[in-house]
Design a protein around this ligand. Structure first.
Ligand code: SF4
Ligand code: SF4
Length: 128
């Protein structure tokens, strides 16, 4: 499952992610990380069965953890297969297949919402 981890200013100097992984033995696959000396926001993938353990360890160290379990839904009636979502998606979720039909690989999606904003036909939304 995909999770979002927020590291607030007062904890940003601590190695929260590394400590939590070492303590629990749970590996996080970090997909996006926006971190500077004042704030941190990460999107990571973790096995479903390990979520509670790593969440507890991260939160004990001052991080905030939430799940990103709402999928992006495409309304096939509205979609005109213009390809705008292909060009804006940072994770290459969308591709055209050999028949020029739009294909979506939801496993790669980090729920950034960029495709929803950019779709000219409002064919995309978060959740069902
Ligand atoms: S941007 Fe919207 S209309 Fe264009 S291909 Fe993507 S989902 Fe379809
Ligand atoms: S929400 Fe972001 S990562 Fe997911 S498909 Fe849309 S643009 Fe790509």
């Amino acid at each position: 499952m995909k999770i979002k981890i927020i590291i607030p200013t007062e904890r940003i100097q601590n190695p929260i992610i590394a400590e939590s992984m070492v303590k629990t033995g749970v590996l996080l696959n970090i997909m996006v990380a926006n971190i500077d000396s004042t704030y941190g926001e990460l999107i990571a993938d973790v096995e479903d069965g390990h979520f509670n353990r790593i969440k507890e360890a991260l939160e004990e160290r001052g991080a905030f953890v939430s799940t990103l379990d709402q999928p992006i839904h495409r309304d096939e009636e509205e979609c005109v297969e213009c390809g705008a979502c292909i060009s804006v998606c940072p994770m290459k979720v969308y591709t055209f297949d050999e028949k020029w039909n739009l294909f979506m690989d939801d496993k790669k999606c980090i729920r950034c919402g960029m495709c929803i904003k950019m779709c000219p036909h409002q064919a995309l939304k978060l959740g069902d």
